[in-house]
Write a protein that binds this ligand. Structure first.
Ligand code: SF4
Length: 414
């Protein structure tokens, strides 16, 4: 059995990887142990706000690579450990049976070489599925540079895989992670996408929960516009389920890196913009220029609305769904509520209040039966939006956050 000391090293070493926050996979028990359910694997949030699953572990933190930003880099003096496939399987089963976890997120540093590491990871997931009969959720990290046959084989046994992009441009990758290349990250993502869609046409399951990736924000000089353009391409061309952003934290000393953390507000704004791209029909071009950063003062939808007065005010009683969800403060749920309530008559301001539609931001951008209730003064509007934005803290989600932060981030009512 894996020792507590080893477990501490390997789970602690995994905490900076944020590409694993939910499952999205639904599979019934077929005689083994456990189910994967769409509600997602168990989550926990560490003190600094990072999302971790209860069994989120590296197979090893011995690494032959030397990525400047990484605590596990070869040249960093840190306690090291390695777990065997059997140890990881035993641990997963023991935790699962005790109801500590609902799945496994298994990653690894590059041990000896990419192929050897991927072989060990593959051996672990095959054992877990076939020998131990584990039917729960598995998210496996892909090792850039590993043989594609190993990667494809892994896709048959796990729910989700992720190859981390890490840095937004090849230039930054060359500088900060010289042993990695854009090619050996992007090629397997493309192959997995193709394999999944081919098997889907034969109704064969392959990576049912798809792929995700992680981008480190602020370790290199790329602006939010560049990062979001990359994100848009990853969703569009590679059908990724999620792109996660990890704000840079200096955990090692390197002349190549900033000395200050990138800050969680930047990460938060990127998640907000990402949400607008995925669920609100915004394109990156509308939100931000290639060489710009997102506003720190306003959330991305408010910033867009302030730049586009020609779009407003919008008449709540006639606007389409697409127009409603562009109003600051009105999210998809509120827009559907409005559209469904309109079937019974014209809506008044009181009706919106009764329907619990948040008007703090929206009031300056709407009319109701020709009446406008907001401020005509640009400065008053921007001031009140700024005050609303200031109520968002710059922290990542925590179990102990106030309900307001949950409603902003989890429901995406931007
Ligand atoms: S490959 Fe790079 S990022 Fe991954 S563990 Fe090794 S040093 Fe860290």
């Amino acid at each position: 059995m894996i020792t507590a000391e080893k477990l501490q090293i390997l789970s602690d070493a995994a905490k900076f990887d944020v590409s694993c926050s939910s499952s999205g996979s639904n599979r019934k028990n077929k005689g083994g142990i456990g189910n994967a359910c769409q509600a997602g694997i168990c989550h926990s949030f560490t003190k600094d706000g990072r999302c971790v699953s209860l069994l989120k572990i590296l197979m090893t933190n011995y690494c032959v690579y030397d990525c400047a930003y990484c605590v596990n880099r070869h040249s960093n003096d840190t306690p090291r450990a390695i777990a065997t496939p059997t140890e990881i399987c035993d641990l997963t089963m023991e935790f699962y049976k005790r109801n500590y976890i609902e799945g496994l997120f298994l990653s690894s540093a590059v041990y000896k070489n990419p192929d050897y590491t991927m072989e060990l990871l593959l051996e672990t997931v095959i054992k877990l599925r076939k020998l131990y009969g584990f039917n729960g959720y598995i998210h496996l990290k892909g090792i850039p540079g590993a043989d594609e046959k190993l990667v494809m084989r892994a896709g048959e046994f796990v729910d989700r895989m992720s190859f981390n992009i890490e840095l937004p441009t090849e230039r930054s990758l060359r500088l900060l992670a010289p042993q990695k290349t854009k090619k050996n990250i992007i090629v397997p993502i493309g192959l997995l996408r193709d394999e999944k869609s081919e098997r889907l046409s034969f109704k064969h399951k392959f990576l049912p929960a798809g792929q995700t990736t992680q981008i480190i924000v602020g370790a290199s000089p790329e602006k939010d516009g560049q990062i979001l353009n990359l994100t848009q391409a990853l969703y569009g061309k590679f059908s990724l389920k999620r792109v996660y952003y990890s704000s840079f934290v200096p955990v090692t000393e390197s002349k190549l890196l900033p000395t200050q953390p990138a800050g969680l507000l930047r990460e938060h704004r990127l998640y907000q913009a990402d949400w607008l791209i995925r669920f609100y029909g915004f394109s990156v071009k509308e939100l931000i220029g290639e060489n710009e950063n997102l506003s720190t003062e306003y959330d991305p939808k408010c910033a867009w609305a302030l730049k586009h007065p020609e779009f407003f005010p919008i008449d709540i009683n006639v606007a389409s769904l697409e127009e409603l969800i562009r109003i600051p403060g009105i999210g998809v749920n509120s827009a559907y509520k409005i559209i469904s309530a309109r079937r019974y008559g014209r809506l008044s301001l009181d009706d919106l209040v009764k329907m619990k539609i948040s008007l703090k931001r929206a009031i300056h951008f709407i009319t109701l039966s020709g009446k406008f209730f907001g401020s005509m003064q640009d400065t008053t509007v921007s001031q009140s939006l700024k005050l609303n934005a200031a109520s968002e803290t710059a922290e990542q989600l925590s179990l102990f956050s106030t309900p307001q932060i949950f409603s902003t981030v989890l429901t995406g009512e931007l």
